[in-house]
Design a protein around this ligand. Sequence first.
Ligand code: CU
Length: 510
Amino acid sequence: MYVKKAVRSGDRGARMDRRDFLRSSGLALGGAAAGVLGSRLATEEGFIHSARASAAGGVDPMFDGADFIDIIERDEGLSIPPTSFVPQDTEPDQVFAIGFGEGRTYLGEGVMYDGFVIDGRIPGPTLIAEQGEIVRMEITNTGDIPHGASIHAADTQTSKYLGEIGPGETKSVTFRAAMPGVYMYHCAPGGHAIPMHTMFGQYGMIVVRPAQQPYRLEAELGHGPDVELFLLQHEVYASGAEAVEGTAQYVAFNGQIFRYLLDPVQARPGDYVRINFLNVGPNQLSTFHLVGILWDYVYWQGHPEAWMPGGQTVTAGPSDSWVIEFRVPPDEGTYLMVDHSFGAASMGAIGALVCTADAETPATVKAEGPEHTAEELDAFAAEAKRTLSPYVAPSANNPNPARADRKVRWGDDTEEVIIEIRGNTFSPKVVEVAAGTQVTWVNEDALTFLHGEYSGAHNAVTTAGPVSFATRMLGHAESDSVVVDEPGEYTYICAPHPYMVGRLIVRERA
Ligand SMILES: [Cu+2]
């Protein structure tokens, strides 16, 4: 697991100096981007194509030979930023290299999570680019099944370049971070796997900082934030079925439940605080609130021109974001950060901003989940009260299973038991029946286009047990049954999604 954040065009300090120079001279783009986009004058309204380039009748040299040159030419003459499209061989200012795979994390409060991860964490690393920079995303599949990526900061094709990444494979996309804002990125292998992998934990935050226009409180105070918090709200599910239905087991800020209640964010009275807030969801609405604080300014999706004054909350559906700015009042004390949709707060989406005169600022808190070594995770697992795994029926080290993981036992008079397949999960995951009971699997996953990992088509095939059985492959709303006469414990999987594990316990009929 690794994060590589390479600055390709000189060191960061040198680039900042250059941007300051460009800003003062009316050209406000960073690094190599300034070189290739230098023909554009930057104003508060956006990019204005310079008279010099228009007079020459050409576009930036980087687009020489581009297929849709007339569209590029049109866009370069508009007052709004161009799209993110650049030729894929454009030299990047920053390279974000991240790994997508399967793995476990620690959710806090004695709960382990076994799901899908980015760089071994949930959420994945916080990626920060400057508006105008050329960014290359390099996605490596570190796991055993296909992954991929969707980058919301890119106003151009990403699925074409980052879809269907096989195990061990690396794919990349190069784009211009043209539009400032706070964005989500997430796994997007293709088809049914896009919502599945995202709901199982593969997401993170990518921020494009405005280069042309500072946020208002920064302009008013004449300096950047004393405390900058990148805060990502996300749900954790005990089963794929509950994920599809939107019934979260926990809701967290930055990877652990009650993370900042136990390890508060520190600030001083009077500090300028900026929160880059992203509700990943993937299902629930959030109304983020800071108890005892009114916002000075908020910016919808983080765009500096999409500002509003005042307010007590920001309302964010899944993948919605805000930049929030406020001053800490001149008084020491604790300010609680909550999702005021209070069910979520009670399930983990609550933290503290503790303000004392001797707090050490400036400070930055990133949105990625905590990093733990394999040894630390082993230690957490050994002490775990519970393990959550959305698509697996955990058998070991799960003394207090979540509702979705509890065995469902059917009496001897039951003739037929239905096991639904929903959200890449057998539901119930663990079923006990008397010998001779008919067991029927019904596929409730509806997105059954494509095939394999990219499809919601499933079956049930034994991997262990006294005898073998297999259903046929099931499309949406299709079913198949078996009658198991041989008592014993059966483990079965879905062949196209072998990480899906169910258990069937067949007891002697009394
Ligand atoms: Cu994935």
